[in-house]
Design a binder for this molecule. Structure first.
Ligand code: SF4
Length: 489
């Protein structure tokens, strides 16, 4: 998962890109980068770490230009080295590009490019997209590219590149520096656009528009491309459209609560998830004295859950916002200490109480076990766990960091129950009872797939929960992911 921002503004863009990237920092802390275009050159800088540490004033002031891109990276492929950080630059025709998503036929694309004597230098998914596009557009015209050339080259690119991707790039089009953005035919990863006076911005989440004073204008449609120039209305064209299936995990876990997604804040969505979860928890005959969120994602759901059941919602976990990496992970005591540095508990909120702890999801299952050890050490009378998403039963091939079944905890508790379409409610409740026993808690309740559907009506990707993938993934790619994950340890 990553975040990007692209801006075109006569007043210059580097300072805005650096500010906008900081609003997207939650989408990736591994590396970051900014490239700009001044009409002749593409100055840029990339570094490992946080935006505030990589981009100080002298670095930002060096990046002149009226159009540019910024990116924050969370590695889902490769080991997270500087060579994989974005944006990427291609000399011919002179283009900078960044993306969010996952290409599901990377090896096939790499072979196809090699056959055209084009060789990749990274394991980053944006590189084959960039190389294919650059080759396609240069095949149409060597200089003075038009919007028609670019749209035609992108149509061929989208036809070849399988997967989930939202992409931004900057190049000279129709003789002007132009910001271009496009989405894959299913529009799985987000892309919103905003305006401030004559300037335009496209980005992964609307929070970066808010930070920069841009008004949210809307989204590009699935499979659509937009051309943005300062002082002009955007030109929008359809490349290839299939059913729009945006990722529900964005609103459940990944996006900031203050981001707006298809007209609704992520905060409102999480309130709805919490309300629905409360009904399911109570319908199983469970009760508690207080509701405690695991910060920060689950807080809105916990508030709504508590309101629905007329219970107090209390802060039992306090997050340390300044804890960095810990280097004492070798022993059980060390792991507990590392978690405690990040998340401390308020004993009086647990001691002698029947608590229901709300969390957003359980993916690998390791965090919940460590968390529970800490909770039980505070002397609660009963511990219930309630999760505002269904169990994660299937890997994600579209850019969220859970791409192999082996790393998921839930499949181990399912047995032979069918997963496509989601577990039946009966199978899900039976699985929860088995898992609760294993964890040593009084109950465990996940949101049902029906509950999820009530909050996200219409078509969307929820494949990690219901097994219905909007597009198939080749066996070659599945094996490549497993190899990559194993290599990354
Ligand atoms: S599989 Fe899950 S995480 Fe991946 S895109 Fe679909 S909903 Fe999002």
């Amino acid at each position: 998962m990553c975040g990007f921002i692209g801006i075109v503004d006569e007043a210059g863009v580097a300072g805005q890109l650096s500010t906008g990237l900081q609003a997207l920092q939650h989408r990736g802390q591994d590396s970051c980068g900014i490239f700009t275009y001044d009409g002749a050159h593409f100055p840029g800088h990339r570094g490992l770490g946080l935006v505030r540490d990589v981009f100080d004033r002298p670095v930002v002031e060096r990046l002149q230009g009226k159009a540019g891109l910024g990116h924050v990276r969370y590695p889902t492929q490769g080991k997270g080295v500087l060579a994989d950080s974005q944006p990427f630059f291609e000399r011919r025709p002179g283009v900078i590009m960044a993306h969010n998503g996952n290409v599901t036929n990377y090896d096939e694309l790499e072979r196809g490019l090699a056959a055209r004597s084009i060789h990749l230098v990274s394991r980053c998914d944006v590189e084959p997209i960039l190389c294919i596009f650059a080759d396609e557009v240069m095949n149409r015209r060597r200089v003075n590219h038009t919007a028609d050339d670019v749209a035609a080259a992108l149509r061929d690119t989208v036809r070849l590149v399988k997967g989930a991707y939202s992409v931004v790039f900057v190049m000279q089009v129709d003789g002007q520096p132009t910001l271009v953005a496009f989405r894959d035919p299913h529009g799985i990863r987000p892309l919103v656009m905003g305006r401030r006076g004559d300037a335009w911005c496209v980005t992964s989440e609307s929070v970066s528009l808010d930070a920069l004073g841009y008004s949210l204008v809307g989204e590009l449609e699935a499979g659509e491309v937009g051309f943005f120039r300062a002082g002009q209305e955007p030109v929008r064209r359809m490349l290839e459209q299939r059913e729009h299936t945006p990722c529900v995990f964005e609103a459940i876990y990944f996006s900031r609560p203050d981001s707006v997604e298809r007209g609704e804040t992520v905060y409102e969505r999480r309130l709805s998830l919490g309300r629905r979860l409360a009904g399911e928890f109570a319908s199983r005959g469970f009760s508690a004295d207080r509701v405690i969120p695991v910060p920060d994602t689950s807080r809105p759901a916990a508030i709504a859950f508590a309101e629905e059941l007329n219970l107090p919602c209390r802060e039992g976990f306090i997050k340390n916002r300044y804890s960095g990496r810990t280097f004492i992970m070798g022993s059980q005591a060390g792991r507990e200490s590392a978690l405690r540095l990040k998340l401390n508990l308020i004993r009086s909120e647990f001691e002698g109480q029947r608590v229901v702890v709300i969390d957003d999801s359980i993916v690998r299952g390791s965090t919940i076990r460590r968390l529970l050890d800490l909770v039980w050490s505070q002397g609660p009378k009963e511990v219930h766990f309630a999760i505002h998403a269904p169990p994660v039963l299937n890997p994600c091939f579209y850019g969220i960091d859970m791409s192999t079944e082996a790393e998921l905890a839930a499949p181990g508790y399912v047995g032979d129950a069918a997963r496509v379409g989601g577990l039946s409610l009966e199978d899900q409740r039976a699985m929860e009872d088995r898992w609760a026993k294993d964890l040593g808690v009084d109950s465990l309740t996940f949101l049902s797939v029906d509950g999820l559907n009530s909050v996200f009506p219409g078509r969307r990707c929820a494949a990690c929960f219901d097994g219905v993938y909007p597009m198939s993934v080749s066996e070659e790619h599945r094996l490549a992911i497993i190899r990559d994950r194993t290599a990354c340890g």
